[in-house]
Design a protein. Structure first.
Length: 67
């Protein structure tokens, strides 16, 4: 096999790998976005639960949560 053929095969393999990596990156970014939304929703639920506690207990929990 000539050097030019090997180089062409290697270039094609790298193009395929690059395409696969770009797809994985897109999937990871989409997954991260989903996790960020879930985290925000969980925080909102925790805040809502804290708001339902008696005032002195809620203040103490807020201080722990912020720290």
């Amino acid at each position: 096999m000539r050097n030019s053929e090997r180089l062409l095969e290697r270039a094609e393999a790298l193009e395929r790998e690059n395409a696969e990596l770009r797809l994985r990156l897109e999937q990871s970014e989409a997954g991260r976005g989903s996790l960020e939304k879930r985290l925000a929703a969980a925080r909102a639920r925790v805040e809502a639960l804290i708001d339902r506690l008696p005032a002195n207990r809620a203040d103490a929990l807020r201080q722990e949560h912020v720290s």
